[in-house]
Design a binder for this molecule. Structure first.
Ligand SMILES: Nc1nc2c(ncn2[C@@H]2O[C@H](COP(=O)(O)OP(=O)(O)OP(=O)(O)O)[C@@H](O)[C@H]2O)c(=O)[nH]1
Ligand SMILES: [Mg+2]
Length: 485
């Protein structure tokens, strides 16, 4: 999409389907004039005389066929709907342009016809995310805030919503701007020094330059350390439930969902396909996959089911390994345990309500000891005893899931989290440039060399907020939005 701001766009802003109200949005230099061709205020008078940010009762009518400018005295003809209309004048609107919103009844035909009438009166249908793109181009939002608008709409847990709102308020941008200011400050001194290099005038001592860069480097490390937590909160975690047949995998899925979603039976090999559901566990969205029990397959269908289980395990980030805790630990359980030791996992000893509990945490740990896990991974191994039947131990399991997913660091105290890969990559490349600059200083290279690295870091940070951007980057970001936002 090219960056065009001189025309007026319109779109249905509410979801498709029946609803109490449905909103058509118009934005651009001609928004009021174009809307006035189809909107008649009940109190009379021209749309352009409406007070900004006030709702008016109006009739929405069809634009007379072929009419350039409809004669307002013809009102009453072909009323489409009764609506509330509001105008928000530039620059005090979402897009920063003149905006008109027509709040109709929420019916597909009404909204499509109103949109159509606006197009016939001269508006253009908006591209996905074009309202927000205009807000960005008019300086109402920066790119991190535009992305936060999308994250707000897509939030699936309260935690992800709060995180999106924090970013929408501009906290990430503030951090980035703070760092950019520090870069600009040292760069200005460095470059001033370059102009006077022959006169031996020093504007910035090497030691000072080094300490500023080291401090920025620490800030970048701190921010990057939040990126895993940020991603998990924003996107959720693909979680696979695996174990031997009859261990209680489907029962656990049902218990976590609090519904009887999957078939549970005493016949081993009940689940044959992968069943997917989402569940909010202590603020983290789990994309839960219940799978076929792992064993020597009895037939072709089961064999395919087990192949899918293995595939799901490989793609999952978290594994819930269910073992029937009322029986002895078998070699098969050990084998499955070893196969997922490289992932974040929780070992769930199920059926705690039954007598004859024989397995304990030490048994699990001794098997894992053979797996040569790294320390960090070992910290992410948890064992919990539950009963999917009575619900005993489920709260403890939920807490463990959160601990294993977020790691020993748990939630950072910092309210600013890096949530997107795009931001992470830009911070990483800024940090690489800082590292290069520090090497250049260490090796006593010329100030020019250091300045090149600092400018590169500055540009990486600029990509995050959009002070440095290209149409391609914008296209990529706004393509994710829906039409009307
Ligand atoms: N007593 C008791 N029985 C349980 C518990 N969890 C599951 N069961 C029983 O164990 C049997 C198997 O449960 P499922 O949930 O179907 O087991 P699964 O692991 O999904 O089995 P497959 O799909 O065949 O691999 C059923 O008879 C359940 O009622 C539990 O916590 N306590
Ligand atoms: Mg099952």
């Amino acid at each position: 999409m090219t960056t065009q701001l001189d025309d007026t766009i319109c779109a249905i802003a509410t979801p498709i389907g029946e609803g109490g109200i449905g909103i058509v949005r118009v934005s651009g230099p001609d928004a009021l004039r174009l809307a006035s061709k189809i909107v008649l205020l009940r109190r009379g008078g021209n749309l352009e005389e409406m007070k900004s940010h006030q709702l008016y009762l109006a009739a929405v009518t069809l634009l007379a066929e072929g009419a350039e400018d409809r004669d307002l005295s013809q009102h009453g003809t072909k009323q489409l709907d009764e609506a509330l209309v509001v105008s928000m004048r530039a620059p005090h609107s979402y897009t920063g342009e003149d905006v008109v919103e027509i709040h109709c009844h929420g019916g597909g035909i009404i909204l499509a016809t109103v949109c159509d009438a606006l197009i016939r009166s001269g508006a253009r249908i908006a591209e996905p995310g074009e309202f927000t793109r205009r807000a960005f181009l008019h300086g109402r939002l920066d790119l991190t805030q535009a992305e936060a608008v999308l994250d707000t709409i897509r939030a699936t847990t309260t935690m992800s919503l709060l995180m999106a709102q924090e970013q929408l308020k501009g906290s990430l941008s503030e951090k980035v701007e703070q760092m950019r200011k520090e870069f600009i400050h040292v760069l200005a001194h460095l470059e001033a020094g370059l102009d006077f290099v022959e006169d031996d005038i020093i504007f910035l001592e090497q030691q000072e330059l080094k300490s500023v860069l080291e401090s920025i480097n620490r800030d970048l490390t701190r921010l990057l350390a939040t990126s895993e937590e940020g991603r998990i909160i924003r996107e959720g975690v693909v979680t696979v439930i695996i174990g031997r047949p009859n261990a209680g995998k489907s029962s656990l899925l049902n218990a976590l969902l609090d519904t009887s979603r999957a078939i549970v039976s005493a016949v081993p090999g009940t689940t044959r396909d992968v069943i997917e559901e989402t569940v909010n566990v202590e603020g983290i969205l789990l994309r839960l996959l219940d799978t076929a029990g792992i064993r020597e397959a009895g037939d072709e269908i089961e064999e395919e089911g087990i192949r899918r289980t293995t595939e799901a395990r490989e793609h999952a980030e978290l594994v819930l390994l269910i073992i029937d805790g009322s029986r002895d630990l078998s070699d098969a359980d050990g084998h499955i345990l070893k196969s997922c030791s490289h992932k974040k996992h929780v070992v769930v000893l199920n059926k705690s309500d039954l007598p004859g509990k024989t397995i304990c945490e030490a048994d699990i740990m001794s098997i894992l000891d053979e797996c040569e896990m790294e320390d960090e991974q070992a910290l992410r191994t948890k064992v919990v005893s539950i009963s999917a039947k009575t619900g005993d131990g489920l709260d403890q399991l939920r807490t463990m899931i959160r601990q294993v997913v977020l790691g020993p660091r748990l939630e950072s105290q910092d309210s600013v989290l890096v949530t997107r890969l795009r931001h992470k990559q830009a911070f990483v490349s800024a940090q690489e440039s800082v590292a290069n600059a520090l090497i250049a200083i260490e090796e006593d290279l010329s100030g020019d060399c250091v300045a090149v690295d600092l400018r590169a870091a500055l540009s990486s940070l600029g990509e995050i907020t959009g002070s440095v951007s290209t149409d391609d980057i914008l296209d990529q970001i706004f393509a994710e939005f829906c039409i009307g936002k």
